[in-house]
Design a protein around this ligand. Structure first.
Ligand SMILES: [Ca+2]
Length: 192
């Protein structure tokens, strides 16, 4: 009897602890300054207040580009930026067959009236990005960028999930707990 009660208590503790496990975040941050140096030419600046201690600047006059490789399969991305001019557009290109073609143009909302304005998140920009993509960013006007965050694609888009979501974990935990509880109770009834 004591053995069964101990098993039950241990299972209950495991179940409660497992519920506290949270799935990893569903986004990947890419620092703006982590571009491909051999094919990018942004202006890099140090700033201890920025993520990673740096940010980059690109403008159309300087013909700046930034290129990143091996972007994870994503359904959206966020860019953390500052810009002062109306009409600034962030152009995003994706490499296909060794050529860059337009993926999406993002209308940038100015973050303030001078370059001292804080960096702000834009809204999430919904766009499908295949696994391992190479992306190029340019702009019309000028923009400073601290980082990008890529919102990982979910199961509905045909991607194999590598980490169970919090919801999946809960279902698994309930199922395991239910099976063990039933077995213990059945054994106890037979004993009685
Ligand atoms: Ca940064």
């Amino acid at each position: 009897m004591k053995k069964r009660v101990c098993c039950f208590v241990v299972l209950l503790l495991v179940f409660i602890l497992a519920l506290g496990v949270s799935a990893e975040d569903d986004r990947v941050r890419v620092e703006a300054e982590d571009f491909l140096p051999e094919v990018s030419n942004p202006a890099v600046a140090d700033d201890e207040n920025m993520s990673g201690g740096k940010f980059i600047g690109i403008d159309s006059v300087g013909g700046h580009v930034i290129i990143y490789d091996n972007i994870p399969a994503s359904k959206a991305f966020v860019v953390n930026y500052r810009a002062i001019h109306e009409g600034t557009i962030l152009h995003v290109f994706i490499e296909k067959d060794s050529e860059f073609e337009s993926l999406i143009d993002v209308d940038i909302t100015p973050t303030g009236e001078d370059w001292g304005a804080p960096f702000l998140d834009t809204d999430e920009i919904e766009v499908d990005i295949p696994e391992g993509s190479k992306l190029k960013f340019t702009c019309t006007g000028s923009i400073s960028i601290d980082y990008f965050e890529f919102i990982l694609a979910d199961e509905d888009q045909g991607e194999e999930p590598t980490i169970p979501s919090t919801g999946d974990l809960a279902i698994i935990q309930y199922a395991v707990f239910g099976v063990f509880s039933t077995l213990l109770l059945k054994k106890r009834v037979r004993t009685i």
